[in-house]
Design a protein around this ligand. Structure first.
Ligand SMILES: *Cc1c(COP(=O)(O)O)cnc(C)c1O
Length: 397
């Protein structure tokens, strides 16, 4: 006899909902922020330089440019790569809308291509088939924290003369055959939103080995003005020139100090995320209705998300009901992602359902489980207990 589910009036595994992601902020982080608040520079000061140098070193890139969000980082990257009206960017639909929105901000057109059903990431063969003379960029996404298929995407971009952008919003700390994400694509972007590997509240970073891309991103985040206020101050000069149309995407020193303090803890957090993921995979392996997510050999994941796939033919109900039942058990499950072109805005632009059948099929059976470094072992056990309880109740006998 299966246990009575909370959704049917049974006792929930947890009385209070465990969130799917959460930041970790300690006393050292708070002290770092307070120090900046007492200093001369609240924005575009020395903490920005220190944070950028630390992220560049960590990510294995020559340059890092801190900006106000992961979305701003993508916008700056698309701008630096030369995306404009009439240009196309080949990308995955199984991502947060910002990946594709950043192309639209520049006047370009996102071209969605299907995913590899194993990794849930851009299929290099599908990407190659979509390249036209209008294509400027291939934008990969390191879904869930696993690096995309760079073994195929890097040579493809070279061969076609395209800029490879990595939306590594999930993947700070990830690596591919020992090479950190940040040293692989031409331009890589990170997000430091609270659920991401490290947080600054809001924030993003553009990293690249190419000075010209870094300079373009730097100018772009400051209205299109090449020199920042501090440089003018030091020069004793009032003159500045706005060279391109940029934005105010600057990152305050207050937040860069937080990011610098957070970065020091990332390796330990990443190890904790990996250990939790391993426990999930061990618990769900061999469950007929469940398909655990495994990074490919050679790829070290940042484990931003733990996506669990349902074998819907082995359940008496659909994903919606499994999701609702897990929420009722007190497990803050989520779904990553609704295919971007399903959103009403993209439909109005003319994108149609059915374009990427694998992404659509996989979306229908995906559930994201809670995964964050502050989870305790009992939290992890609760998630496992709830998932097994629910799939047992709805399992085909
Ligand atoms: C979080 C995220 C973004 C946007 O980052 P923000 O910092 O929230 O602007 C972009 N792409 C992906 C894949 C993300 O997960």
């Amino acid at each position: 006899m299966a246990e009575r589910l909370a959704i049917d009036g049974g006792a929930p595994v947890r009385p209070q909902r465990l969130p799917y992601g959460r930041q970790t902020v300690d006393a050292a982080d708070i002290a770092a922020v307070v120090d900046v608040l007492k200093s001369d520079w609240l924005t575009t000061g020395p903490a920005v330089d220190a944070y950028e140098a630390a992220v560049a070193a960590f990510a294995g890139a020559a340059h890092a440019v801190a900006v106000s969000s992961g979305t701003a980082a993508l916008h700056a990257a698309m701008h630096a790569a030369g995306v404009e009206r009439g240009r196309e960017v080949v990308t995955t639909p199984l991502t947060f809308a910002a990946t594709a929105n950043s192309v639209l901000y520049c006047g370009g057109a996102p071209v969605f291509v299907d995913i590899d059903p194993d990794t849930l990431m851009l299929d290099p063969a599908a990407a190659e088939a979509a390249v036209t003379e209008k294509t400027r960029v291939i934008a990969a996404v390191d879904y869930a924290g696993q690096p995309a298929d760079y073994g195929a995407l890097v040579p493809l971009a070279r061969r076609k003369g395209l800029v490879l952008i990595d939306d590594a919003s999930h993947a700070l700390g990830a690596s591919c055959d020992g090479v950190p994400v940040g040293a692989i694509a031409d331009i890589t972007t990170f997000s430091t939103h609270p659920v991401k590997p490290i947080t600054t509240g809001e924030g993003g970073v553009v990293v690249t080995n190419r000075g010209a891309y870094a300079q373009a991103a730097r100018t772009f985040r400051n209205h299109g003005i090449a020199a920042d206020a501090r440089v003018r101050e030091q020069r004793g000069d009032w003159h500045y020139a706005m060279e391109t149309l940029g934005y105010n995407y600057r990152m305050p020193d207050i937040l860069c100090a937080l990011g610098l303090s957070q970065l020091a803890k990332l390796p330990a957090w990443q190890a904790r995320r990996a250990a939790i993921a391993e426990r999930y995979t061990a618990a769900f392996d061999g469950q007929p209705a469940l398909e655990p997510y495994r990074p490919r050999p050679g790829r070290v994941s940042a484990w931003h998300l733990y996506p669990l796939r349902l074998h819907l033919d082995r359940l008496t109900t659909g994903r919606q009901q499994v999701f609702a039942a897990l929420r009722a058990e007190g497990i803050g499950v989520n779904v990553h992602y609704i295919p971007v072109y399903w959103h009403p805005y993209y439909e109005r632009l003319g994108y149609r359902r059915g374009m990427c059948p694998i992404a659509e099929q996989e979306y229908e059976r995906l559930i994201t489980l809670p995964l964050w470094p502050g989870m305790t072992d009992p939290d992890v056990a609760d998630v496992i207990e709830a998932v097994l309880k629910v799939v047992t109740a709805y399992g085909v006998s």
